[in-house]
Ligand binder design. Structure first.
Ligand SMILES: Cc1cc2nc3c(=O)[nH]c(=O)nc-3n(C[C@H](O)[C@H](O)[C@H](O)COP(=O)(O)OP(=O)(O)OC[C@H]3O[C@@H](n4cnc5c(N)ncnc54)[C@H](O)[C@@H]3O)c2cc1C
Length: 547
């Protein structure tokens, strides 16, 4: 776009103060802003929090101790976005874990995975599983490649009639078919399995050892309030496999400085291209005139007019709280009101005066830089879910412990450490109308005691803690029901149905209103993909209007 065009566009688009206003400075809002600003549009991003980043943020949670307080580990962040936004030049450095995962079992056995370790460690548990794991990993990888091919493009969108949208979608459908045609028939069968079946059933068919099944099974229940034996849980497992770290597919790593380093770099990239970011600027309402979104009203009453509004907040939040109900088709409003939120996660950050020592593998070592999974079997995970349905949380919870200070000395004072506890299977809403505010301390104690059972002394080493119940996640980050993905990753809320059939192309039911957050394809995780994809759609529409 030519210099000065932004102002001309603003004039044409009903005297807007800005070309695009983006609701939410999470990583997707920032990614969207950066691409739009790079293309020459005048962009303003507004967020109700004091800091950019949304759920990808680093904060001091206890004096002297900083951590990625919500999202805590990186893999899904798309390499094209890292390159396009020049995030490395803006200070982002991602390092690999020294080991990928460590799963201790109550009987003192353990599984330790990572480059050059997995086969040997699995063989110590089961030669049968060691013989299977290579082929299983390759199959998962082949299907994850398909997902990768879809990540940075709008999924096929269902449109009615024969207008420009139908022509666009015909081309999109051809592109989709082209990607799927690359798969053999057998791989297409695997794709169907991974999109529809339960992870538990699939894993039981391939492996015999509990820890080996739990390694994959954990990915199937992360942020997924369901049994690993629930249909569709295999997709969630796949969703956690399409990432990479520094070119190593499927690996998980750490951003030096925490997840906030990613969003700080994104904010610098966006600002560097002229995007304006206003914090402590919550949106109260999206302004709609003649079926078109034309701006927003902030909590402080300030009005921002814009040619385009892009929302990175949860779609249910957008349409039930920010867009006036009478501006929306009744059937759309009813459906989005039923958007399923609630990933059943409980998040803690703890300050430690010593590293834990696990009974299964005592002392320090590379396993302490891994994702440490307390959840030794699929039946354990299933019981955890059943408990949570009955009681609100699990008597024996599933906890992933990550100690990023083993890889990054910027987070804690020398000799001390920070750890993330990502606990699965708590009820988004407690039974009996009980508030999470009344239960969170009890549940936090249980989570710490659970780790302590595998690493005696852990509880005593905790000198500070931050608790984020589902209610806290909603209050602090706007994650409805504490849903970490802005909506469950179930088949009816994925791909062409995210956030709803007919709106998978990042365009909402109102002209000028776009979805650029995790509630759009490809869903949750620190990917940057919804932000990237929405920006391409907005730019396409803008060029169609103004050349
Ligand atoms: C506890 C937890 C752990 C997770 N762990 C990982 C992980 O390890 N790795 C990973 O890849 N993913 C993880 N995720 C998922 C990932 O963090 C999210 O899917 C992703 O960060 C969402 O990004 P987003 O930009 O789409 O939305 P968000 O980050 O939610 O950003 C939306 C922004 O909108 C703002 N907002 C809300 N309402 C308003 C309003 N009315 N006006 C203005 N602004 C508003 C919010 O303040 C927020 O900044 C985790 C998430 C959580 C919560």
């Amino acid at each position: 776009m030519r210099p000065g065009m932004a102002m001309q566009v603003a004039m044409k688009a009903n005297m807007s103060e800005t070309d695009v206003v983006i609701i939410g400075a999470g990583h997707n809002g920032l990614t969207c802003a950066a691409y739009l600003a790079m293309a020459g549009l005048k962009v303003k991003v507004v967020d109700r929090r004091k800091v950019v980043g949304g759920a990808a943020v680093t904060e001091e949670f206890f004096p002297g101790f900083r951590n990625s307080v919500a999202a805590y580990t990186v893999s899904l962040l798309n390499p094209k976005i890292i390159a396009d936004l020049k995030l490395s030049e803006h200070g982002l450095r991602i390092v690999e874990r020294r080991a990928q995962n460590f799963l201790p079992a109550p009987d003192g056995s353990y599984l330790l995975t990572g480059e050059g370790r997995t086969h040997q460690s699995v063989a110590r548990l089961s030669q049968h599983d060691a013989d299977q794991i290579g082929a299983f990993g390759r199959e998962l990888e082949a299907i994850a490649d398909v997902l990768r091919a879809f990540v940075l493009r709008a999924p096929p969108n269902l449109v009615e009639g024969f207008g420009a949208g139908a022509i666009r979608e015909a081309f999109n459908a051809m592109g989709t078919a082209g990607i799927l045609r690359r798969l053999s028939l057998d791989q297409q069968r695997s794709l169907l399995d991974l999109f529809t079946r339960s992870a538990g059933d699939m894993l039981d068919e391939v492996f015999e050892n509990d820890l080996v099944k739990a390694l994959y099974g954990f990915d199937a229940i992360v942020g997924n309030y369901a049994s690993p034996y629930a249909s569709g849980s295999a997709y969630v497992m796949l969703h956690h496999a399409f990432g990479e770290v520094n070119g190593k597919k499927g690996a998980w790593g750490h951003a030096i400085g925490g997840m906030g380093a990613i969003t700080q770099a994104m904010a610098r990239a966006a600002s560097g291209h002229g995007a304006e970011i206003e914090l402590e600027a919550g949106v109260r309402e999206v302004i709609v005139e003649r079926d078109r979104a034309v701006g927003v009203v902030l909590d402080n009453g300030e009005t921002i007019h814009a040619g385009y509004v892009a929302a990175s907040v949860n779609p249910k939040l957008l349409y039930t709280r920010l867009v006036p109900a009478d501006a929306l088709p009744a059937d759309f409003l009813k459906r989005i009101g039923n958007w399923r939120n609630g990933s059943g996660t409980f998040r803690m950050n703890v300050a430690l005066d010593a590293l834990p020592s696990f009974t299964a593998l005592p002392g320090e070592g590379d396993h302490l830089s891994a994702g440490i999974i307390i959840g030794p079997s699929l039946p354990y995970m299933d019981r955890a879910w059943l408990d949570a349905r009955d009681l609100g949380w699990s008597r024996e919870p599933v906890v992933e412990l990550l100690i990023p200070s083993t890889l990054d000395d910027t987070l804690s004072p020398p000799g001390q450490h920070v750890a993330s506890l990502f606990c699965q299977h708590v009820a988004p809403q407690l039974p009996g109308g009980r508030s999470w505010d009344d239960a969170c301390d009890e549940v936090a104690d249980l989570m710490i005691a659970t780790v302590d059972r595998y690493a005696p002394g852990f509880a005593a080493s905790v000198i500070g803690r931050q608790i984020l119940s589902p209610l806290d996640l909603e209050r602090q980050f706007g994650l409805l029901g504490g849903d970490i993905f802005h909506g469950a990753l179930t088949l009816n809320q994925l791909f062409s149905a995210r956030p709803m059939l007919g709106h998978a192309d990042y365009r909402g039911p109102l002209k000028g209103l776009y979805h650029c957050g995790s509630g759009a394809h490809p869903g949750g995780g620190v990917t940057g993909a919804p932000g990237h994809n929405a920006a391409q759609v907005i730019l396409g529409d803008h060029r169609a209007l103004f050349g």
